[in-house]
Design a protein around this ligand. Structure first.
Ligand code: PMP
Length: 399
């Protein structure tokens, strides 16, 4: 009876807590710009047509056997092509150790455990700010965390000089966590030139780059273009780690399908690394789920479905880019004296608005608008129907 007497309720997740509060609000005006999931212009969740078609094609065809420990070979193969390129020499040379993961979160966690097992005294450098779960993931993997400068509150853009200094000042051979595109929560990505300099400096210091790519396709609308940071690092001869997720770009959130890959020196090393990743997965969840992987491999393995997917990703990205323009124009029309250029400069699902926690509280209390207290607006929750209301409320709490 006394086993769990010392258990206190856990702190609420800052992101998931927002949705709970939103659902509990009876106001007809309420707006949820906290959720990190895509919505259509009516605020409704979206299942992509390519996913529906893939489901029709696979319905009743697959057995329910376990996948191999490393997951679906076909899904992993297609997923690597998206990141490393269709004709990647690294794929050809079998230098990439890759396993299917429980979406992007699972890929990050598996890597953190792998890092801890083979570099037990290493640290991970994490950008400020970052997706809050990164901190939880490396904490639970018992890896010491350090931070590096990323966002500049004054410019609401990249703090490039401070970022470069932090890379230079970190002990040689440190691990660096980088968002490959559409940085969460800021929407601020380095330019191509800046990526080249970051790559150069990380190489010069012998650091290990680990990329979290949760939004490939969501930034520009084109998965190829969104892979440019990875391609720059590959060209520069880095060894790297990479987490990929189909939650956002295929809308497969609840299917938990993704991939962890580690680029190795040669095929022999890749075989060893893959076997160790599988060894880490075995006592955690044994092997990954079948259905989502089958949806992905069906889409990417079929030229027609892949084309449809690319069109649908572009459509999602375009709607978000359109809402950025609309939100900024509405604020400017209302005569806001503040600069809202960052709304359209930032990229991907989120806008780091610069709203203070107190202003966010007022938006919630007075206007039933829900978002995390760091001022992160999920542009996916903005629609033609609510953008005027949102702009007006922001104008009221910032004037
Ligand atoms: N990394 C980042 C930066 C994210 O924003 C997310 C999703 N919020 C993830 C990883 C992981 O998402 P999932 O586990 O659903 O793929």
């Amino acid at each position: 009876s006394s086993w769990w007497r010392n258990v206190e309720p856990a702190a609420k997740d800052p992101i998931l807590g927002v949705t709970e509060a939103f659902l509990a609000d009876p106001s007809p005006d309420k707006v949820n710009v906290g959720v990190g999931a895509y919505r259509d212009d009516n605020g409704k969740p979206v299942v992509l047509e390519c996913v529906r078609e893939a489901e029709r094609r696979i319905a009743g065809t697959a057995n329910m056997e376990y996948l191999p420990m490393g997951g679906s070979v076909k899904m992993v193969e297609e997923t690597l092509k998206l990141a490393y390129g269709d004709n990647s020499e690294f794929i050809k040379d079998k230098r990439i150790a890759a396993v299917q993961s429980l979406s992007g979160t699972g890929a990050c966690r598996l890597f953190a455990d792998f890092q801890k097992r083979f570099h037990p005294d290493s640290q991970i450098y994490i950008p400020v700010p970052t997706w809050s779960n990164h901190h939880n993931i490396w904490r639970d993997a018992h890896v010491t965390q350090r931070t590096f400068h990323y966002y500049h509150p004054g410019t609401k853009g990249l703090d490039f000089a401070a970022l470069m200094d932090d890379i230079k000042n970190a002990p040689n051979g440190s691990f660096f966590l980088l968002h490959a595109c559409a940085h969460n929560p800021t929407g601020v990505d380095p330019s191509e030139e800046q990526w080249k300099e970051i790559s150069y400096q990380i190489k010069a210091k012998g650091h290990f780059p680990f990329f979290d790519m949760a939004y490939q396709g969501f930034a520009s609308g084109d998965p190829e273009r969104d892979a440019k940071a990875i391609r720059i690092f590959l060209k520069d001869g880095h060894l790297l780690g990479l987490a990929q997720s189909y939650a956002k770009n295929m809308g497969l959130y609840g299917q938990r399908v993704g991939c962890l890959s580690v680029l190795c020196e040669d095929e022999k090393q890749a075989v060893a690394v893959k076997s160790q990743l599988q060894q880490l997965a075995r006592p955690m969840y044994s092997n990954p789920p079948v259905h989502g992987a089958l949806i992905v491999s069906t889409i990417l393995g079929d030229a027609e479905l892949k084309k449809l997917w690319l069109k649908e990703v572009q459509g999602m990205a375009d709607r978000i880019i359109g809402m950025r323009t609309a939100l900024r124009e509405n604020l400017e029309k209302l005569g806001s004296p503040l600069s809202w250029k960052h709304i359209t400069n930032q990229i991907g699902m989120f806008c780091y608005s610069g709203l203070t926690p107190e202003q966010v509280d007022r938006l919630t209390d007075e206007y039933h608008i829900y978002m995390t207290r760091n001022g992160r607006i999920s542009m996916a929750g903005v629609t033609t129907g609510n953008v005027g209301y949102l702009a007006n409320a922001i104008q009221e709490v910032t004037k």
